[in-house]
Design a protein around this ligand. Structure first.
Ligand SMILES: O=C([O-])CC(=O)C(=O)O
Ligand SMILES: [Mg+2]
Length: 389
């Protein structure tokens, strides 16, 4: 058994939307296909992966060094003999040969994307949905059969007035979501409050609305928003300040007793540990949003979950960023608190399996081997073109 080839391509996920920090007019992502010589149902097993939005495609890093490390490795060294399968941990170690600690920059995205494709292949070789494989290997066989998801959107874009924002949120409720998320911080505070009030009018209560500042605020602005947001009793207040400014986050906690969320831009278990040690985050109410696709993949994610456990955090406080099926599998298989969902944006990468409806805020997973990409036809068309084309 061996990896025959790893293919990658960069695809556009450009759109006119903007958060408080970036617009997505030139956003791309990498798609990866890990082609194996294992045959299932008469066809070679191919694992697929992609990186979630926010960081650009990582083809250059993959071509420059990561892919060669796999093709130059002894194939035997990448096998999990016990399970007669590929070994994601050995593959990860090989990918990270001669990489210094710290920094984490964009290489964590390159590795996270390849790692996703490796796990997809592993679950396909074992003939199981990934979440079931994860539960069997790491959680005594107990998987969640559905995952709580919230609808993320509420972006700024040209011509988007309050009524369009309300229409968007109404359509999420119509599709079965019970919590929605909107962007803040690209408009003056007063205007953002009017936008939030417009959304609350539609969803009924502030406790069903999360807001996301995408790291835009300095400390004074983060606190000014905190004071203004308090009366709305929001679901969470996300990424107020720079993702690595743990002192800012800790100071914010002194001014905001309601739930805070952050972590989508922390790309290693060491960064996650620093947040939990120094960021004032409270395990009884706050949420962390580490995204495996941006942070060295599931192999590293398990280390991050261990860090959380060591520091007294339940895995149920994790609701990953990224709205992808990989995190949905991790949520169901490793008992996270939920997952982000992009019902409309970042298509065809956002959203979950075709034909599985969100019901009362929960979504199920398809009963097919792997991550489940084959059950999302528009996404699978892009992947298949790479893997089989
Ligand atoms: O707008 C983005 O960069 C995505 C984001 O923060 C989120 O989904 O929480
Ligand atoms: Mg965010």
């Amino acid at each position: 058994m061996r990896i025959v080839e790893i293919r990658e391509k960069t695809v556009s996920i450009a759109s006119p939307i903007a958060n408080a920090y970036i617009d997505f007019s030139k956003m791309t992502c990498s798609v990866v296909a890990v082609v194996t010589d294992v045959v299932r149902d008469g066809k070679p097993v191919i694992g697929y992966g992609f990186n979630s939005n926010g960081r650009y495609g990582q083809g250059a890093l993959m071509r420059d060094r990561f892919l060669d490390r796999i093709s130059e490795a002894d194939p035997e060294s990448l096998i999990d003999q016990e399970n007669n399968n590929l070994d994601p941990f050995a593959i990860w170690k090989t990918l990270m040969t001669n990489e210094k600690p710290g920094g984490h920059g964009e290489r964590s995205v390159a590795v996270g994307t390849i790692d996703m494709a490796v796990w997809d292949a592993v679950a396909k070789i074992e003939g199981k949905p990934l979440y079931k494989l994860l539960a069997e290997r790491y959680r005594n066989g107990v998987a969640d059969d559905k995952v709580w998801v919230y609808a993320a959107g509420g972006y700024y874009y040209p011509g988007k007035d309050h009524s369009k924002l309300q229409d968007e949120m109404r359509s999420y409720l119509d599709r079965g979501y019970n919590v929605v998320k909107m962007k803040i911080g690209a408009a003056p505070l007063e205007e953002d409050l009017r936008r939030i009030e417009a959304v609350i009018k539609v969803v009924g209560d502030g406790s069903r609305v999360a807001v996301d500042a995408n790291g835009r605020f300095d400390q004074a602005t983060a606190i000014a928003y905190a004071e203004a947001l308090k009366p709305y009793n929001l679901f969470w207040y996300e990424e107020a300040g720079d993702p690595l400014d743990y002192a800012l986050q800790a100071e914010l906690a002194n001014h905001y007793e309601l739930p805070m969320a952050t972590g989508e831009n922390l790309f290693s278990h060491q960064d996650a540990r620093n947040l939990l040690r120094h960021g004032g985050m409270r395990p009884d109410r706050d949420f962390v949003q580490f995204d495996c696709a941006l942070s060295y993949g599931l192999v590293e994610y398990m280390r991050t979950l261990k860090v959380m456990e060591d520091l007294g955090w339940s895995s149920r406080r994790v609701v990953p960023h990224g709205g992808h099926q990989m995190s949905l599998n991790i949520a169901a298989g490793l008992h996270l608190g939920g997952n982000e969902s992009y019902p409309d944006v970042f298509q065809p990468f956002g959203g979950f399996a075709d034909g599985i409806q969100v019901e009362n805020g929960y979504v199920g997973l398809p009963d097919i081997p792997g991550v489940g990409f084959e059950a999302k036809s528009k996404l699978y068309a892009v992947m298949r073109e790479l893997g089989e084309g």
